[in-house]
Design a protein around this ligand. Sequence first.
Ligand SMILES: Nc1ncnc2c1ncn2[C@@H]1O[C@H](COP(=O)(O)OP(=O)(O)OP(=O)(O)O)[C@@H](O)[C@H]1O
Ligand SMILES: Nc1nc2c(ncn2[C@@H]2O[C@H](COP(=O)(O)O)[C@@H](O)[C@H]2O)c(=O)[nH]1
Length: 584
Amino acid sequence: MGIRDQQLTTALTITAVAAGISVVAWKVSRRGRDKGEKQIKYSLQYAGVRGSLPALYDHTLTPIFTGESPKVYSIGGNGTSAAHLEVWVLDSALNKWEEILPASTPDTGASVFVKRARHAAAGVGKAIYVIGGYTDKTMGDVLKFDTDKEQWSTPSFLGDLPSPRSSHSATVVGKKVYVFGGIGEKAALNDVHILDTDTNTWSTPTVLGEPPAPRYSHSAVLVNDDRIIIYGGHNTSALDDIWFLEVGTPHVKKQRGFLQKDVVAWSKGVIGDSPQPVVICGPSGVGKGTLINKLMKEHPQEFGFSVSHTTRKPRNMEQDGVHYHFTERPDMEAAIQEGKFLESADVHGNLYGTSIAAVEAVADAGKRCILDIDVQGAELVKKSNLNALFIFISPPSFEELEARLRGRGTETEEQIEKRLKNARKEMERSSDTTLFDHLLVNDNIDVAYEELKRILALDTAAPNCGEQTEEFQPDGRWAHSASVVNSKVLIYGGLKDGGKAVDDMVVLDTSGLKNGAPGTSRGLFWTRSVPKCEFRKYLCLSPTLSPRFGHRVVSLSPTDILLSGGFDGKQALSDSVVLSVEER
Ligand SMILES: Nc1ncnc2c1ncn2[C@@H]1O[C@H](COP(=O)(O)OP(=O)(O)OP(=O)(O)O)[C@@H](O)[C@H]1O
Ligand SMILES: Nc1nc2c(ncn2[C@@H]2O[C@H](COP(=O)(O)O)[C@@H](O)[C@H]2O)c(=O)[nH]1
């Protein structure tokens, strides 16, 4: 089969080394949902050197699962020596690397592989798709490697292939491969392409939301099985932003059904929790606005009002942008079609709605968002990913409601009649505990206000702030690696501005992930993984694991990560190391 054995060094095995080498533990505490200290501890254990590849970087590592332990294929890359840079395989059960000399294809009589680096590779079933890359020019071809036959082919695809690019990402979700970004022939890219390996078709989906800036040498890994987390990369400088490309979230599935097209959605990652929003509902004239005004006046730093859009005309004292964004129906309908609204409804003959931007603005100010919306809107928010607290305000009697509405003197008789009619329907929902968490009767305003404050203070589900006791924001980096263990994204090495290779690991904790498209993805936390000295001590068991970039990682199991190769600034590296990550 053309496999040439390479002499391998297997001086250390996983069990031999892992035993007894307690390496590092680190702790991050934060104030959050539990209002106490939350500790995240890992210990990383050096697990063994598993043979050696040629010294190389900017290659790809692709796992193919045939049994319990995968085979990992290293393809292409740059190396100190130009030879032996086609395909290598690590049989993780046998613990050894072997070079594969791919079988020739009948039409060419030779392997169709064209030497390349900074390409992307995606393993689906037993096939590996190699997309683009760079030799002496940027490449746009797509090759397929059959791991059973150990043979390359150049498949004919339907649809348009991604434009030539290198240092892009290709992430496998089911049988689809999502290609993002990279650097093209002229500039960095931020486009998304999908390869459906079932139909051999390339397509460009409808992309919802604001995309990240163009970038290359970023990392892309799948989290929650339904979104790809993109971190860092380079454009004109090292990037430190976090993005989610949602490919199978409920929002994306809903939009797919609605638009009858393939849809993906961008959501920007935000560090820290935002306080739980509060939805205040109740019939017109019950006193929602009066209660909210009191709350905002007494706690201006804690609460922020979500300024709705409406097609209703302004009342005397109402200011545009403060009480409402007063708008024309066609404009508002167009914005709703563009997906800019969290909810919208026809209320008493006018269109009202909460824009995503209105809620984001309050959350960005670190305040707890108050939404004053009708029951239809509350139902839609309930179905969204806002995770709000729902309060229904009820009048002591229908007569009192009518008296308040008339006493306010802001509506015509016709409008009052309409609002009272709708009030009866809304009141029927007041005790629906599937929708509302609290029912508050506004009889005496001072008593009702105290009750509202009690509800808000007693809501233990609501984090009071997103503050981390250990504030930490890593510098941007590119040509790093990322892998996921238990919702934690382990980011290792890479380059920082100034062009220096680094050897630190930072961890992005996504276990508290909230919200998402069509808004931001909140609840992320950075943790400083391993104190550097400890990590070095740990690493000194493997003297060759030095600062590096252009290395590659791949998950061998839910807890074991294989890291191989890279460039330390002077030379290509040939080591392969398994990090065994234990969370306690
Ligand atoms: N507990 C109360 N006792 C007596 N009057 C009240 C009480 N609460 C509010 N009001 C009065 O009732 C009227 C309606 O209140 P408000 O405008 O706050 O209602 P709302 O629920 O916000 O109405 P809408 O949904 O139409 O905006 C106002 O004149 C207000 O001063
Ligand atoms: N579904 C939504 N309902 C909203 C929104 N903003 C306000 N409202 C509700 O409309 C009525 C009437 O308000 P008014 O200011 O004309 O008296 C009231 O019940 C509000 O709760 C919204 O964005 N979405």
